[in-house]
Design a protein around this ligand. Structure first.
Ligand code: AVI
Length: 308
């Protein structure tokens, strides 16, 4: 409601992911224009051995947001049998438990200790990960790109505190590239990204008793060069009033609700963000077309001033 009352109007991107939103996101990842998912999987496959080499024997791997089935399997295969534990962290308890059960069948020798928590806030690690000699964070999918840069830095600071000294982070980061490729990726010809964006209004209608008419709103997605981000909006096609939670929200013709930012980085700009949050870049892997990167960072706990 705060976002709908504001000027300009906005809704946090994490609200996309109800059951239907999660299903539509999976469908987006299969669209020919949406390069990030398949490109990241190829980078992980091509470099799994080099990534595994960075991991100390007996380490625990902590995955932030474990909905991306398949990617962790590539790393687990390369890191077993040296790995002590796998900790998937995901806000939705049923998703994280299903994922743990699936991996249990595939890797019976691995301790899997799922955590249902909002990983964008500090959370406590389970014993299996706390007792391991070292911890590795895994944050694929360029989900970091959906955080505002200052939130991304806060996430890395918190993750450093959670994972502790000597931690490594393996993170998927989408790269700056020609605008045509970016605009196509968020405006797929089959219209799945448009459905994903509009599903937010269906969700608000259902959960907040609203009366958005989906035909009166349109999906807009475009690359903002000044801010290095793809913006997604829902644009009102006419002047209209919508009831939400018993309140009337006025829309001018063409006015938008800003629903998502997807920041794109250069290797240098992402390195600067990581360094500012106590992580040092130690390796970068890219695909041949330089569309996407998987980056390894090492945690450098901040020095506390000595007492005099
Ligand atoms: C989940 N996240 C990294 C996706 C992205 O590319 O920013 C979400 C998405 N939005 C539209 N298409 C995909």
């Amino acid at each position: 409601m705060e976002g709908l009352r504001a000027t300009p109007k906005r809704i946090p991107a994490k609200c996309f992911y109800d059951d239907e939103g999660s299903r539509l996101f999976d469908k987006i990842t299969e669209q020919p224009e949406y390069y990030p998912t398949r490109t990241e999987i190829k980078i992980l496959q091509d470099n799994a051995a080099a990534i595994a080499d960075l991991v100390k024997p007996g380490a625990a791997i902590v995955e932030f947001g474990s909905g991306c089935a398949g990617k962790i399997d590539i790393l687990l295969k390369a890191m077993m049998p040296e790995l002590a534990a796998y900790v998937p962290v995901e806000i939705c308890a049923s998703i994280v438990e299903d994922e743990a059960a699936r991996l249990n069948r595939e890797f019976p020798a691995l301790t899997i200790d799922p955590v249902a928590a909002d990983f964008s806030r500090p959370f406590e690690l389970p014993e299996a990960a706390r007792n391991a000699p070292a911890r590795v964070g895994f944050f694929p999918g360029s989900t970091i790109g959906n955080f505002e840069p200052h939130h991304a830095a806060a996430f890395f600071r918190d993750a450093g505190r959670t994972l502790g000294a000597d931690a490594i982070m393996i993170v998927g980061v989408d790269l700056i590239k020609p605008v045509e490729i970016l605009n196509a990726a968020y405006n797929d010809a089959a219209g799945i990204t448009a459905q994903f964006n509009l599903n937010l209004l269906t969700r608000i209608n259902r959960e907040l008793g609203a009366n958005f008419q989906l035909k009166q709103f349109e999906h807009h997605a475009f690359y903002n060069r000044e801010r290095n981000r793809v913006e997604m909006h829902l644009a009102s096609l006419k002047r209209q009033k919508v009831r939400v939670c018993g309140e009337t929200i006025d829309f001018k013709a063409g006015e938008t609700i800003h629903t998502e930012n997807s920041y794109k980085y250069s290797v240098e700009s992402f390195g600067a963000l990581a360094r500012g949050a106590n992580w040092t870049p130690i390796a970068v892997w890219k695909d041949a077309d330089k569309l996407f990167s998987v980056q390894a960072l090492a945690y450098k706990p901040p020095q506390t001033a000595a007492k005099v």
